[in-house]
Write a protein that binds this ligand. Structure first.
Ligand SMILES: C[S@@+](CC[C@H](N)C(=O)[O-])C[C@H]1O[C@@H](n2cnc3c(N)ncnc32)[C@H](O)[C@@H]1O
Length: 285
């Protein structure tokens, strides 16, 4: 992995030119944010897994990334940019995911991952924390189907249909998943990002379920943490606006009286350096 000066980012990412209006681009061609877009993408991965029954969840992830990208790729960590091989990028993303639960999981807890996609994060966490249980919730039918295909034989991983927009999140108190008896840690990775606003979900639904939750952990693209006074921060703010992702997750958590945000870490890793994941932890107040 070698450092990439911000000035050289345009050689490795089309996004700065798009954001600065120097490149005609059709927003639709670069991946959507709605459930139907994800469902289509996960349908392709479901086919890939069916055609390659020997693939485990890491093989699916790696194969998909090698299919759509060429090494080296631009990534970020703590506001520095790097060029990395695809496998190294994926290793760093896995490491950031596991590290987000350092000091959070001691065993016996149930991690409920909301918007878990096809469950890759559940596989990584189950390997790293062998005494915990993992329940994933996901609205995409293909995502749930692929997760069940890949993890159906694992006792500690369950995946169920779930949508943030439901009035009540039964996934957090369903006896069938073993959740009712254990301490629950709620987790999201890149899924709250997909909502045009996080405020209603946080202040009207999440807060109603806090009696079931010991802690919240998020690896999300947090608009508010992007500096307003650096070029990189401004490009990242512009990226979120351009793509229609929400800009109110952290403010919504901080504004909720029933939630104490205990820790934020900016840019733990950015598979897209203009759209990095930041880590947020909270506890019920
Ligand atoms: C960027 S993907 C992240 C998936 C997974 N957490 C990961 O890190 O690989 C965003 C996910 O959010 C899910 N999502 C979008 N809208 C949602 C909603 N209303 N409720 C729950 N999940 C949603 C999508 O289906 C998709 O799986």
């Amino acid at each position: 992995m070698r450092e990439l000066p911000l000035d050289d980012l345009p050689k490795h990412s089309p996004w700065s030119a798009r954001l600065l209006g120097l490149d005609d681009w059709d927003g639709e061609s670069y991946g959507g944010t709605g459930v139907s877009w994800y469902d289509g993408a996960y349908g392709g991965l479901l086919e890939l897994a069916s055609e390659n029954p020997e693939f485990d969840f890491r093989d699916v992830k790696r194969s998909a990334h090698h299919h759509t990208q060429e090494s080296p790729v631009a990534i970020s960590e703590r506001e520095s940019l790097y060029l990395a091989d695809i496998d190294e990028k994926l290793d760093r993303q896995e490491a950031a995911l596991v590290a987000a639960f350092d000091g959070v999981l001691s065993g016996e807890e149930t991690v409920v991952a909301l918007g878990c996609g096809w469950g890759h994060e559940l596989g990584v966490l189950a390997d790293a924390y062998p005494d915990c249980e993992f329940v994933g919730g996901e609205p995409s039918e293909n995502g749930v189907a692929l997760a069940r295909e890949l993890f159906g034989d694992r006792d500690r991983i369950r995946v169920e249909p779930f949508d943030f927009r439901e009035d009540s999140w039964e996934i957090l108190d369903c006896d069938d998943f073993g959740v009712a008896d254990s301490e629950v840690v709620v987790f999201t990775q890149g899924s709250l990002t997909a909502l045009p606003s996080a405020r209603e979900v946080v202040t009207e639904t999440l807060v109603d379920h806090l009696d079931r939750v010991r802690e919240g952990v998020h690896l999300e693209h947090v608009f508010e943490l992007n500096p307003e006074d650096t070029l990189l921060g401004q490009l990242r703010r512009s990226y979120i606006r351009e793509r229609g992702y929400n800009d109110d997750l952290l403010a919504s958590l901080r504004d909720a009286d029933a939630i104490d945000v205990t820790e934020t870490t900016y840019d733990v890793v950015g598979g897209n350096p203009l759209h990095p994941l930041s880590e947020v932890h909270w506890r019920p107040a």
